[in-house]
Design a protein around this ligand. Sequence first.
Ligand code: WTA
Length: 655
Amino acid sequence: MSSSTIESILQEKRTFPPSPEFSQNAKISSMEAYQQLYDRAAADPESFWEELAETELHWFQKWDTVLDWQPPVAQWFVGGKLNISYNCLDRHLTTWRKNKAALIWEGEPGDSRTLTYAQLHREVCQMANVLKQLGAQKGDRVGIYMPMIPEAAIAMLACARIGAVHSVVFGGFSADALRQRLQDGEVKLVITADGGWRKDNIVHLKDEVDKALVEGVPTVTNVLVVKRTGQDIHMEAGRDVWWHELQPTVSADCPAEPMDSEDLLFILYTSGSTGKPKGVVHTTGGYNLYTHVTTQWTFDLKDTDVYWCTADVGWITGHSYIVYGPLSNGATSLMYEGAPRPSNPGCFWDVVEKYGVTIFYTAPTAIRAFMKAGDQLPKARDLSSLRLLGTVGEPINPEAWMWYHQVIGGERCPIVDTWWQTETGGFMITPLPGATPTKPGSATRPFPGIIAEVVDLDGNPVGVNEGGYLTIKYPWPSMMRTVYGDFDRFRRSYWEHIPPKDGQYFYFAGDGARQDEDGYFWVMGRVDDVISVAGHRLGTMEIESALVSHPAVAEAAVVGKPDELKGEEVVAFVSLEGEYTPSEELAKELKKHVVEEIGAIARPGEIRFSDDLPKTRSGKIMRRLLRNLAAGEEITGDTSTLQDRSVLDKLRGGA
Ligand code: WTA
């Protein structure tokens, strides 16, 4: 164990192979089949991706070069021309899918809409024509700040159709966060709505846009407003226009612009622990191909599926696996406007029952919230239509995995735990559900074509079950191309932590991991969050999982607090299941439980009880803020992504 690796202390041994019925009907139906694909792709990635690009996508013009790799810059399908909106829409119109549901939408108040591929194509063409009328041209950036309504997807596809670059900003972000992103992207147009529904409340989107623009984003010339809630809003004369007024005035015909494979498709901002948010840049051809293939294989997609990903389009998961991946495959993608809410905590299960959802893809934070809300809610609904479950966003605790498997999946549905990032564009490490035996808490094996390795800081592979830095050693089609406007930051952030060695470059985006004796990857969390106790570097995920496996604990976040003797001491922030109350005894019991589960080295010095934990708006625990609190320091760094500020005040007061 060198100081440049991370220790792994929790080992989960349960294994769940797919059922024979699932495997029989699956596209990739055994580990042998997976291994064959994997080996072929590893031996010659270019011909592997080339063949898929030929068979799976429509190109207006074929490429000259599959991959031009000048580290750290990769260009895929150079010289090829295509349009992702064409691949998501037009090509289905000449098949029976023309009248298949492309989007099924359920609004929070219970209203709903279904758009067939023909209808979606029509609306996308109309919005594309409106954007053109407002002066948007190929290469211009368009901001999208929307609730989860069909027009959010329509706006993205309309931009792609005319070659405008979209920059979607999550509708829960404040005016400040929005302004910062609009400025950085030098956005010309903003598409928004009057408001939207979230957790029984109206979100005032247009008001936030007004605030963001009042202090000036000089590049913005127009705001296109979709009417959703009907609330009163200000419409700035000469700048703001209504979608429902312009839609009937434009043609429903708008040919898709042939785009170069490497033309920008979108910018999506992601925040690190320091510095301003990074505008992650994705381009057209490689992104279209990779999200298409990963959606098809990882979800084992069938034309009979009703597929529901609960993410917001404001995140990469919404981009790749609500809109582009599913639609490129001609799937039925369900969009839900709201979130589980006080007035109906079982609303997700109502939606599954109502539409006969077959594939359900969500995040560990949601799964832990469902667990906390109790089994009676899902048990009161008919969830028998489900055949496959997925998770993304954080390492999933084995405890939450087992609950998902038993209570939601009825022990019949494989779970695909997909490890990936905004930067990677699509799934990197994930089970293929008909092939891969799963283990609770492991994202299992790399997708074919992905060369992943756990290394130390010098780029040397670490041993079996030894923790280290999770890296990717070969380019893949949907990798980010740069940080918008800051190539140097791209290089520094992702390619220099592990310095290149003998011409080998390592992509490293910040996670610690280990690989077990079966070659399975276990992601241990962000290395920024690693705790160093008496010379041992511990990942947060394993200690948190140990805590969550105690019946009293709903959620846990552990951080290090400076300690003169040990370097750092483990401090655990814990929220309890409904029927438990904080006490000294319980704190003692939890410390003991961690020692029993993983050993004395991980024993928390301190347990702090709290109703809630500070999370980003996409549900990730912000351990950096907890670290400040544990050390009794002021909160430092960017807090614009924080979901609920009052949580911090409560934690301060209650400590
Ligand atoms: C974490 C979300 C463990 C990880 C698609 C990664 C995960 C970051 C998993 C990216 C998973 C995501 N298991 N950790 N299945 N999925 N992560 O950019 O730390 O919002 O680096 O993309 O989330 O988050 P992002």
